[in-house]
Design a protein around this ligand. Sequence first.
Ligand code: BES
Ligand code: MN
Ligand code: ZN
Length: 494
Amino acid sequence: MQFHAMKAGAARQRTACAIVGVHESGLLSDAARRVDRASGGAITRVLKRGDFSGKATDTFPIVGVRRGPAERILLVGLGAKSGFGRKAYRRAIFAATQWLAKGGAANATSWLAGDGVPGLDAGYAARHAVESVHNALYRIPDLKTAKKPPQPKLSRFGIVVPDADHAAAERGIREGVGVAAGIAFMKDLANLPANVCTPSYLADAARSLAKAHKSVSARVLEEREIRRLGMGSFLSVTRGSDEPARLIVLEYSGGRKGDAPVALVGKGITFDTGGISLKQPPGMDEMKFDMSGAASVLGAFKAVAAIGAAVNVVGIIPTCENMPSGRATKPGDIVTSMAGKTIEVLNTDAEGRLILCDGITYARRFKPRAVVDIATLTGACVIALGAHYCGLFSPDDGLAASLAAAGERADDRAWRLPVAEEYADLLKSNFADMANVAGREAGAITAACFLWKFTDGLRWAHLDIAGSAYLTGAHKGSTGRPVPLLVDWLLHGD
Ligand code: BES
Ligand code: MN
Ligand code: ZN
């Protein structure tokens, strides 16, 4: 897929499809008017007949256009002109790319940002267009045996921007291409079934990522080494599984040598049965997505390496299965974490925090300037926020604000919830330093507070992506989130 920025004044090359925005009541932007004039009034003819109203996300293809910039003109509704901004732009580019992915156009040009988008700089307009095209073209590498429908032909995409914004748009394209590669990397891993995507498979993915990019290195620790590190909490989760656990350590060096890195710690449970505290059958298949935090770390590495971001990043991925068996950890068992704290495992289904606390402790050896963990951690977070915002937790106001701002810019939002002693108190145990669960109340917050207790002296934040990392139902599959947020934060945050 090739992307290029085009100046509105110079976009004369004829393509297979021009994407043109129309406001409600048939108002045309300057860019749209330019396409209309060059095509001999093809757009105004449609509007005069009353065939298209400009309602947000409605589309109307005009085909067989003889003159002007394209043989097809796809009209996309932008809604009321007064309300046009980044949201309407994103919805329009989404609708247009969904349409394109179903059709036969091999190249296309978007004029949607041709006059600029109020409240959105041209770099982001371009970046969102690139991500949208890739998301529309993405296909799950499924194991269906029927003949596959042909791949969409689309292979070139132009983005028209105001003349002065050309350089910004080129930068946005560069970022977008990297982010899209990271999203696809995450989606492919997360969509795989758990009998394929095992901890060893994730380790191999990390190694091949390192092989593909000189700036990335990967180390994989086996159970023997994990034991030597004293990760008793992590190892208590893998006890019931026949698949060996792995600790994956990634390093990306794009910043100055010696600059403190950012550490990303991703939950890599390749299947979560709940263990002895076994889950109910309905929807249990979705627990193959319980490695989405890990996949998002791998995706973020793919993206920063592709972009060549000027930062240092370490990725730490504790990965294993959570299975019941005769050897599995039982409710009431007490384990010792790498930090030395003892933990009473009251519920073996609260396993994410047990592997992450050791991952966070391991991160300390890199003297990171910030640690962000990413995890499909709690069903309670899905109840609180649904699929649209992920949960954001941090005792550090500045870090929380910069992550939330990155999510806004990247259109991959996070909503802050509290971490506070009142909630941490609920994790008290009669038998160990702490329990791994509290009651039903505030489940996403008590989970975050469990991790918080391992972050003394660190600048730390936690993203609970249980609701946002994948879709259920007819569109079941990984969303690639929060790769856009993480990459935006690594590039522009802080
Ligand atoms: N992986 C789950 C969280 C989850 C639930 C993710 C639903 C996506 C959708 C996690 O390991 C878990 O089981 N959490 C428990 C914690 C509880 C036992 C305190 C939960 O949320 O029920
Ligand atoms: Mn669980
Ligand atoms: Zn889990």
